[in-house]
Design a protein around this ligand. Structure first.
Ligand SMILES: Cc1cc2nc3c(=O)[nH]c(=O)nc-3n(C[C@H](O)[C@H](O)[C@H](O)COP(=O)(O)OP(=O)(O)OC[C@H]3O[C@@H](n4cnc5c(N)ncnc54)[C@H](O)[C@@H]3O)c2cc1C
Ligand code: FES
Length: 1289
């Protein structure tokens, strides 16, 4: 059997006797790619590549573990535990869809040939007979739909090699090997036992009563890795047969404690298929709950007993074991077995009824009786692979008494509301003996409120929401039982159709993606949907990132000493204990910085190491280096710092109140006369409001890392960094070490995602590591753990917007007065530029005759916020879309109508003076309207909403206009170096960084077309400060424009030099020509340079043209929400964008899809929770959501069911290279269509309760915000109708 598992949670010892298959093992460049790898590469499913091996292995394990090709649903399911931040998942799913048996034509259309002409089955990679002659040629059609078109798999295209390996088999040595009990001694005196029999296990238990039992290690692994837990003796019970029992018995099921959850799922499915339906209500409930329990990789290892004995307050199964009346069998070291009811087993916080000499043997799950109903509930931030906010198990038995059907037995148990699963005892007592009718509900709700009290500052917060959920769950259960009784004829009156919407479980169909674009070929490569140049390396795991760089033997690892206070004076730093820590090599503080301790990208308002005062939690105070990463971390933890605390500013509102702003950051732009317009009678209506815009974590997959080493004893410093701005690393390091820039080199080959988070914030870690490296004259590597990365690096700025808007009754905007504030954090970083872009984008696409936008950057005691895809643009536009939606509500007209009425158009002079030229907004909008058929969609949504009380659908259309250029004029310059070699190959180096966005591929296409050579002749190796100096960061979406033009310039120079030779001879190939030029002593290397013409902005005059051009787009979204839980899913997303003549439509579409899904995270899923006035249960200034466990980015399950992306055709852009347009940031904002569609659905729910007024909905529209906005009799028990859930802003 093959299982995909999480390597980081699998102790090496646990793998004894297993065959470990990694991505490198299934295929590589020498042997050729495995079909799974090849599909992913060719279907554009790998961008930065950091997540790619994980996806390959999940798919590979699925294929190897199923006898038959899997279904499309199984494929999507199996990817649930994999995260990708770049692609938006659609191309990954599409790549793998070919392996599903659902669509036979896809399955059979794709076999390919091996070297002998034998067909190879795509699902196994082995010879097969499913060959079909109809290959689809993707290049035949100019408009491609990836659903229909699958490139044939052919291994021999991979670097000339063919995939000749047979599928890996289980090694015969291991097959013949007899399993033996294990006793292993590990580091630090750890002992690992693996008994093979129960008696051996019990003996070990008697010898080591404190030993940890290990099965999946998914809980213990987290404790030891992240919570500093240390266990000296571990007993792996994975091979003890008695703990693996899975038996059907007379009274129910016997489930061994070591049974893995994936095994249990399979077993329950079989039991359900074989037994009478009334017996298996509990089985159904557990099976449904398991569907949303972690992801496949965890369920493959995690066990039933591990979950029970962990006794986590949010365990998804424990409330169900209790509610179903399950019993636990417990065995002691003397072989005595006792049975205890699940409801009596949980004694306190992670405390269970197990003595030191006992272990859990098994679970006995009773069959349900006729008329006994069991139901599970779980609401999390994200449906897939997330822990519950509240969960529950409920069971009710109905029996007949004196002609009435009454509740004879009931069990209601909640998780996530207390330290142990909580039984609603008073409610249960009340219900027993009652006839089930609607009159019971109110009293039941009141009792539930008493049974499940949540204190105001209860850990986890969201008490109004969580309390509402407890009642909502019961309400659903009540309706479910009512419905079941009605079906069985026990109740005359059934549920009316509208109420049925409360009990339908969410089931997700397979998602569908379509893409429409026109390929406008220009030369040999430009315009074609070429595969990402590194894709083949990424799918095999051969692509190297910083941490893969081989390190010399004297290398050291670094860990940071971080501030634990939001604002405090440092009184003393004691490193004496750290110095005695194992492997310690050095500790460096502010006094040790050889050059200047002051750094910053624009003004030097930061310190490499805090010297006197710390201004946020997570600020760097020092760096410790040691022989290993773990030793460095351990030593850093031993540096003891004493602080004297100072008052901290922990929100924008507090900053505004205290006048806490970064110096010289007030910005104000205006046009017309706002005051005069409001005072006159031009405006029929004037509205005011306040919008809070939440922040967002970059969550690049590769954390911040740098490897730095001294050359010639520190005369030079070299480094390899994961950064979008190598030159910034060069500058920061030179500054900190007091070296000239010419002696500091930074190289970047590729990075595993950046999204703005590695534009400036990465450089501070390079500076810190360089101090240690320089002082010790040794190489130092720093790789941040995820939590340290999230705590220290800053995020997308949260914003506060206050608006006053005047308009006419016929829907024309007359005046806007807008104040915006962004949360800069504790240093300026790029916050002013972010604010400026927000100011520029505050009108989005709307013409406003009188407008004033003023903004300020708030100084707060949080880590400095920084660039993030869109750079303030999305925040400005989100505020705009909010006020225009507010206006539409006031006018009782559709937002789409009001938007259209106020669109800017060709020739409009923007309020900051730029003229709109080549404006395609109307074409984009009209094409989208036709594509999504907005009128029909509205009608269908209205019909659905009238028929469903508890589920509502909503739609929205959102436009965007994104300005392209750095708003700082000097940054709009680019350099490149092109070198032609005598074999006709070309090495291009430019100032831009490849971070997954396909920049190198597009630039290579430009070079190939320019030199009339195939793309395969062009290579880009890395970005390096010693080849192209003074480059701007790879940011602002403009890199293809800038570096494409610089490379074109260099290629044209070389071409011009080659021309005389070319015209003289008849060269058969470019190689011959290059050789001839060499012989004639022609310089085959050229430096290219480009500046963006005709841009500039004068902030004093408040006028100018900051942007080279605009990228336009629009999106439609349709969502469905569960008004009782706040759960939602996106049914449709339809996007139209104008990207001119795309240089590479496949890459550009990948950018749109990826940005949209990242935007979905910002709009509706990802919430940063800080220790502030709103979250008193978090320590002041701390980030609670500092890892994937608590911070939820979209997963496969969250992408729209129907995801359509089209590029506007026939619209060349005269302002950029090859008539293309920039794409990286512009699509991000379009995901706000999902936020407004959710709001539309909420409005329908509120209307049911008579609330027709405008209401605020902050992003992210998490289940909490959705549920609490859908005010009803339940929410009113816990909050007022005006309640606005807390948000760290
Ligand atoms: C990414 C991720 C997602 C998760 N998602 C969820 C989720 O959605 N819902 C949820 O409820 N949980 C979730 N968990 C928690 C965890 O996976 C489960 O609790 C899992 O079932 C633990 O099983 P295990 O075999 O891995 O336990 P282990 O880590 O091996 O052991 C856990 C504990 O149980 C004890 N133990 C194990 N067997 C016995 C026994 N027979 N007798 C006595 N003690 C025993 C061990 O000593 C240890 O203290 C998640 C964890 C991770 C890492
Ligand atoms: S390609 Fe998936 S994270 Fe970058």
């Amino acid at each position: 059997r093959h299982y995909a598992i999480n390597a980081c949670l699998a102790p090496l010892y646990s793998l004894e006797g297993m065959h470990i298959i990694t991505v490198e093992g299934i295929g590589d460049r020498q042997r050729g790619l495995h079909p799974v790898q090849e599909r992913l590469a060719k279907a554009h499913g790998s961008q930065c590549g950091f997540c790619t091996p994980g996806f390959v292995m999940s798919m590979y394990a699925l294929l190897r573990s199923s006898k038959h090709p899997p279904t499309e649903e199984q494929i999507e399911d199996s990817l649930a535990g994999n995260l990708c931040r770049c692609t938006g998942y659609r191309p990954i799913i599409d790549a793998f869809r070919v392996f599903a048996k659902t669509d036979d034509s896809l399955y059979t259309a794709s076999p390919s040939e091996n070297a002998n002409g034998q067909a190879i089955c795509p699902s196994t990679g082995k010879p097969c007979s499913c060959r079909n002659e109809t290959d689809v040629n993707a290049n035949e059609s100019s408009t491609l739909s990836s659903v229909k078109v699958y490139l044939p798999c052919s291994y021999n295209e991979i670097d000339g090699n063919s995939y000749s390996e047979k599928e890996l088999i289980f090694p015969p040595e291991l097959q013949l090997r007899k399993f033996m009990p294990l006793k292993l001694n590990g580091f630090n005196g750890i002992r690992w036992y693996r008994p093979l029999k129960l008696e051996q296990l019990l003996y070990l238990r008697s010898c080591y009563p404190d030993a940890k039992l290990i099965i999946g290690n998914s809980e213990v692994g987290v404790e030891t890795k992240f919570k500093n837990a240390q266990y000296k003796v571990m007993i792996s019970v994975t091979h003890v047969p008695e703990l693996h029992t899975l038996k059907v018995e007379e009274h129910g099921l016997h489930i061994g404690s070591a049974v893995r959850l994936a095994q249990l799922q399979k077993f329950l499915k079989n039991v359900i298929a074989e037994r009478g339906s009334h017996e298996t209500s509990s089985c159904h409930a557990i099976l449904r709950q398991l569907k949303w329990f972690a992801g496949t990789q965890i369920r493959n290892v995690a066990s039933v007993g591990g979950n029970i004995c962990t006794a986590s307050p949010i365990s998804d199964l424990n409330p169900l074991w209790m509610a179903t009346g399950a019993n636990f069998q417990i065995i002691d070291v003397n072989n005595n077995v006792r049975t205890t009811a699940a409801k009596d087993f949980f004694l306190g916080y992670r405390k269970v009824d197990l003595k030191a000499d006992e272990i859990l043997l098994s679970v006995i799950l009773p069959w349900t009786r006729p008329y006994e109903y069991v139901k599970e509930f779980k609401q999390a931030h994200r449906r897939e692979d997330d822990i519950a906010l509240v969960n529950a198990g409920m069971r009710m038995h109905i029996t007949e008494a004196e002609g009435n059907w009454i509740v004879s037995d009931v069990s209601i148990v909640y998780g996530g509301v207390a330290v142990v699963p909580l039984t609603a005892a008073k409610t249960e007592k009340f219900l027993v003996g009652k006839k089930l009718d609607d009159g019971l509900l109110d009293e039941t709700f009141n009792l539930l409120k008493e049974d499940i009290p949540l204190a105001e500052n209860a850990p986890g917060g969201m008490v109004e929401f969580r309390s509402s959920l407890t009642l909502s769950f019961f309400f659903k259960f009540f309706l479910y039982v009512t419905h079941e009784m009605n079906i069985k004829g026990l109740r005359k009156v059934g549920l009316d159709a509208a109420n049925m919407s409360a009990i339908q479980s969410y089931t997700r169909p397979v998602s569908i993606g379509t893409q429409g674009y026109e390929s406008v070929g220009q030369g040999t490569a430009v315009g074609q949907p070429m595969v990402h140049m590194s894709a083949m390396l990424q799918v095999t795991g051969e692509a190297e990132y910083v941490d893969d760089t081989p390190t010399p033997p004297n290398n050291l690892h670094a860990a940071l000493v971080l501030s634990k206070k939001a604002h405090a004076r440092i009184l003393s730093i004691d490193d004496s204990v750290a110095k005695c820590s194992p492997g310690f090599a050095g500790v460096f503080l502010s006094k040790d910085v050889p050059g200047s301790n002051h750094i910053g990208p624009i003004i030097h308002d930061e310190e490499v190491f805090a010297s006197d005062v710390v201004t946020c939690v997570g600020q760097i105070i020092g760096i410790v280096v040691a022989d290993t990463h773990d030793n460095a971390k351990a030593a850093a933890n031993k540096v003891n710092i004493e602080y004297s605390e100072l008052p901290a500013i922990l929100s924008i509102s507090e900053a505004v109140k205290a006048g806490s702003f970064h110096p010289n950051t007030t910005r104000c732009l205006s046009n017309g006369d706002v005051e005069q317009c409001f005072a006159s009678n031009t405006c029929d209506k004037i509205i005011e409001g306040e919008i809070r815009v939440g922040g967002q974590e970059h969550f690049y997959m590769e954390p911040q890392c740098t490897f730095v080493w001294p050359v010639d004893s520190g005369n030079e410093i070299h480094m390899i960094s994961s950064t979008q701005a190598p030159q910034k690393h060069q500058k920061y390091v030179a500054n900190a070490l007091g070296l000239p820039l010419s002696k500091v080199v930074c190289k970047t080959k590729r990075i595993g995602g950046g999204f703005g988070g590695k534009e400036t914030r990465s450089a501070i870690f390079a500076a810190a590591a360089s101090v240690a490296s320089y002082c010790l004259r040794r190489p130092v590597k720093i790789v941040l753990d995820r939590d340290v990365d999230m705590i220290t690096t800053g995020q997308r700025h949260s914003f506060l917007g206050k608006y006053k808007l005047g308009f006419t009754n016929d829907g024309k905007i007359q005046a806007l007065d807008l104040e915006i504030y962004n949360n800069g954090g504790n240093s300026l970083d790029l916050s002013l530029a972010v604010l400026e872009r927000a100011v520029f984008h505050s009108e989005n696409v709307y013409a406003i005759p009188n407008i004033r936008v003023s903004g300020k950057v708030c100084f707060t005691n949080f880590p400095s916020n920084t660039a993030f895809r869109g750079f303030g643009g999305p925040q400005g536009m989100l505020i705009a879309e909010n006020w225009i939606h507010h206006m539409a509500t006031e006018l009782k007209r559709s937002p789409e109508e009001i938007k259209e009425l106020n669109f800017q158009s060709e020739g409009t002079e923007l309020y900051y003076g730029q003229l709109l030229k080549n404006c395609t907004m109307h074409s984009v909008w009209d094409e989208l309207k036709a594509s999504c058929n907005i009128l029909e969609a509205r009608k269908a949504v209205n019909v659905f909403n009238s028929e469903n009380r508890w589920r509502k659908r909503g739609i929205a259309m959102v436009p965007t206009k994104f300005g392209i250029s750095f708003t700082a004029k000097f940054m709009n310059q680019a350099g490149a170096l092109v070198q032609v070699y005598t074999d006709g190959t070309v090495l291009v180096t430019h100032g831009g960084v490849e971070m997954g966005q396909g920049l190198h591929t597009k630039i290579a296409q430009v070079a190939a077309s320019s030199l009339d050579i195939p793309l395969s002749c062009v290579f880009i190796s890395e970005t390096s400060t010693d080849k192209v100096p003074n480059a701007s960061p790879t940011a602002a979406s403009a890199s293809s424009d800038l570096y494409g033009a610089a490379v074109l310039d260099a290629c044209q120079q070389i071409k011009a030099r080659m021309e005389p030779i070319a015209s003289r001879g008849n060269h058969k190939s470019f190689a011959e020509l290059a050789q001839a030029c060499y012989m004639e002593r022609v310089d085959l290397s050229a430096h290219g340079f480009y500046i963006t013409p005709d841009i500039g902005f004068d902030w004093i005059a408040g006028k100018g043209s900051p942007f080279n051009y605009f990228t336009y787009g629009a999106a439609f979204a349709e969502v469905e929400i569960d008004t009782l839980t706040g759960d939602f899913h996106t049914r449709t997303a339809d996007i139209v964008m104008d990207l001119g003549y795309s240089i590479n439509p496949a890459i550009d579409i990948g950018q749109i899809e990826g940005a949209f899904i990242q935007g979905l995270g910002w709009a509706a899923m990802e919430e940063l929770k800080w220790g502030d006035d709103n979250h008193k249960w978090i320590r002041p200034g701390y980030l609670f959501t500092c890892g994937p466990g608590s911070y939820k980015i979209p997963s496969v399950n969250d992408i729209p069911l129907n995801f359509k992306v089209s590029l506007l055709k026939g619209v060349p852009n005269p302002r950029a290279i090859h008539s293309s347009k920039a794409v990286g940031e512009p699509p991000f904002f379009l995901a706000s269509a999902i936020l407004f569609a959710i709001k539309d659905a909420i409005a329908a729910a509120r209307a049911e309760e008579g609330h027709l007024d405008w209401f605020p909905l902050d992003n992210p529209a998490t289940p909490e915000r959705i549920r609490m906005a859908c005010v009803d009799s339940i929410t009113k028990k816990f909050a007022s109708v005006y309640y606005r859930p807390k948000l760290s802003v």
